[in-house]
Design a protein around this ligand. Sequence first.
Ligand code: ZN
Length: 94
Amino acid sequence: MPFYEYRATSADGCRHCRDGFTKLQKLAEEPLDACPGCGAPVERVISAPQVVSGKAHMQRPDNIEKHGFTQYKKIGQGVYEKTAGTGPRIIKGD
Ligand SMILES: [Zn+2]
């Protein structure tokens, strides 16, 4: 589920919405039009999605396994140890 960012459209919101707040919502859920704290009108702020790119090695091992990947970590000169997935436990590169 994505996080959506909301901000009060007027200056008379509470502290919560004046500075903006995030809310975890289902994609199908209707966007909020009022602050849940004070009822002031709010609008959804489109923020950059949190995309994981080029950092596959930063992924959590259980996540990697779930997607059918195998992850190795370098433990020495040309030697890699498996941290997730299926495959040989140790790979030697030379
Ligand atoms: Zn508010």
